[in-house]
Design a protein around this ligand. Structure first.
Ligand code: NAD
Ligand code: GDD
Length: 328
């Protein structure tokens, strides 16, 4: 029997990862501040607690886990990380979690640990042209992330690399590019563009407009959750440590994202462009490095991922609407 620890198991990616690790035959401990909001955990043991607490971290890393995945973070989409209102919390909370989890693993003799960094570490100056952003792994320095969230991720990448150099730990680092899918945050202020757009389209009638932040010409690529999980476990089980992009290379404008979702919903949807937090003007994954090192790269189309995501979010939105009507 192999043992895995998933920090952030009550979150979107962590919840899916636990399912995958169970399929792979692991005994899994999940840890989070909260239970998963949208599904029962598949973990053998789920501990609710605060990874900012060093004593708690040492207690949950009570064995030499074969695989540790560190996904816990104070995070969200543009509406959460680009307003500036949460900068202190984001930096303090996520850095403290990373310091504690990594050191607890080191003290217990854990060797293999995965760290979820972000495309937000890439310099803003390479992402000003929406048609030609540069996000190759070797372009991270000179560093100039566009958010404090990105700076914390860069600091923590360096922390994981330092433990590798000084203590011989096998720390594997991925830079995720905007991951989406069912059972992700879709409302409340932390949701990212794919979930926000699915929610807005689901709640609109055909012929209505939905609000889009900015002119909608900003570009992104979005990776479906199953491929994120596949890339994550492949990276940790390889001899390649990264940092490496795990993302899609199918870059679209936010306006195109809206059009695809409207098409899936079978609705005619107009766009009302409004001011809002926007982040970089363009971003796309560069998958040459992962392809070279792992012999694998994501291949699922955006459309194929948006279909199940839209259906799941539309069902969530409908159940809330029905519940609200019953209360009224
Ligand atoms: P998420 O918010 O759904 O999951 C993160 C989980 O961490 C949450 O369940 C949260 O409760 C937990 N957490 C936060 N503070 C904690 C604490 N003090 N103690 C214990 N648990 C705590 O986010 P996600 O989308 O699943 O992202 C997972 C990781 O991947 C994060 O580190 C995130 O920064 C990174 N990432 C995600 C994306 C993306 O598009 N989803 C992109 C780049 C990087
Ligand atoms: N969230 C959201 N909601 N974004 C919108 C909306 C909306 O209603 N309308 C337009 N957008 C635009 C944003 O202004 C932004 O320019 C773009 O859609 C993408 O926004 P997000 O998906 O929220 O975030 P991001 O791509 O800038 O950053 C995300 O991805 C990173 C990794 O690539 C975040 O989730 C980061 O935390 C993550 O690390």
């Amino acid at each position: 029997m192999k043992f895995a620890l998933v920090c952030g198991a009550g979150g979107f990616i962590g919840g899916h990862l636990v399912k995958r690790l169970k399929q792979d035959g692991f005994w899994v401990r999940g840890v989070d501040l909260k239970f998963h909001e949208y599904s029962e955990t598949h973990a053998d043991d789920f501990v609710v607690g605060d990874l900012r607490d060093q004593g708690f971290c040492r207690a949950i890393v009570d064995r030499r886990f074969d695989e540790v995945y560190q996904l816990a973070a104070d995070m969200g989409g543009a509406g959460y990380i680009f307003t500036g209102e949460h900068d202190a919390d984001v930096m303090h909370n996520s850095a403290t979690i990373n310091l504690n989890v990594l050191d607890a693993c080191h003290k217990r003799g854990v060797k293999k640990i995965f760290y979820s960094s972000s495309a937000c570490i890439y310099p803003a100056y390479n992402q000003e042209d929406p048609h030609n952003p540069k996000c190759s792994e070797d372009s991270a320095y000179p560093a100039a992330p566009d958010s404090e969230y990105g700076w914390e991720k860069l600091f923590s990448e360096r922390l994981y690399m330092a433990y590798r150099r000084n203590y011989g730990m096998q720390t594997h680092i991925a830079r995720y590019h905007n991951i989406f899918g069912p059972e992700g945050t879709w409302t409340g202020g932390r949701e990212k563009a794919p979930a926000a757009v699915c929610r807005k389209v689901a709640m609109a009638s055909s012929g209505e407009e939905i609000e889009v932040w900015g002119d909608g010409q900003q570009t992104r690529s979005f990776l479906y959750i199953d491929e994120c999980i596949e890339g994550t476990v492949r990276l940790l089980r390889s001899n390649f440590v990264g940092p490496v992009n795990i993302g899609s290379e199918e870059m679209v404008t936010i306006n195109q994202l809206v059009d695809q979702v409207a098409d899936i919903a079978g609705k005619r949807i107009g766009k009302k462009h409004v001011p809002g937090p926007q982040g970089v003007r363009g971003r796309n994954s560069d998958n040459r490095f992962i392809s070279e090192k792992l012999g694998w790269r994501p291949s699922r189309s955006l459309r194929a991922g948006l279909e199940p995501t839209y259906q799941w979010i539309a069902a969530q939105a409908a159940s809330i609407t029905i519940a609200t009507r019953r209360v009224a």
